[in-house]
Structures are given as structure tokens and as C-alpha cells.
Design a protein around this ligand. Sequence first.
Ligand SMILES: [Zn+2]
Length: 141
Amino acid sequence: MIEIETKPWQTMVLHAERIYPNECCGAMLGHTSGESKLVTEAIALENAWAGAQGERYQLRPEDLLAADKEARTRGLDLIGIFHSHPDCDAYFSETDLKNSCPWYSFVVLSIQNGKFDHAHSFLPDADQTRAESEELKWPKS
Ligand SMILES: [Zn+2]
């Protein structure tokens, strides 16, 4: 289970809506205890994909490394990656799976007509062949 606090959730939704109709991406920081994760900070990162950004995102390894460092200095862990699907459901695509890492939670936000619609979280397996869906809680307002 992954739960996202109000402040990081607002950062994620705002970033996704602002970048629409392109895909946005970013990092989620927080705490893990056993199977449950709590996201207390979200960092918006630049979509570094060189092609059409309405269908794909790419994280720079150095941006992810910086987010990981930032987490550590604050006593947090880098626990996941988020990205958006403009005018598309929040599913985990073949490309998403191929570019995933098994130790992170992947939150996908569906943005419909520029507004947040719904979200899901996924846990890719070690050989990146399938992603399990993970229970996701976000502040409803
Ligand atoms: Zn995707």
C-alpha cells in the first residue's frame, strides 16, 4: 500500500496538469515500513524524452540520483516515480514496464482534458515482465 500526503499530492497533480498535454514525471520521497509506504515529498522532474512528450517520458539518471541524495539528506527514502498519462487511463504500458525498476512504486496519473481524473500505483517485478497493481491512497478533496 502506498499513501500520499496532501502536500506532495498537490505537487504531483499541479505538475501533471501544468505539463499537459505532455507527460510529466517526478520522484516521490517518504518512509517505508514493511509493505506500507508514505509519500511526504514529491519532486517534479523534467521530462527528458527527446521525441513527442505526449506519449512518453524519460527521467535523467542524474536527476533521479539528485532526488535520491535529497531524500537521504532529509532522512527520507526515494520510494517511487510518478508520471502522467494525458487523455489516457492510468494503466502501466509496455514502455512503462520496460523502463521500470523493481524497487520503486510507479504512480500513474490520468489527466483528462487538462484535469486530474484518477490514478493507480504499480509494482514491477524483478525481470520487468509484469507489474502488480498496488493499493494507492491519495487525499480526496
Ligand atoms: Zn506511462
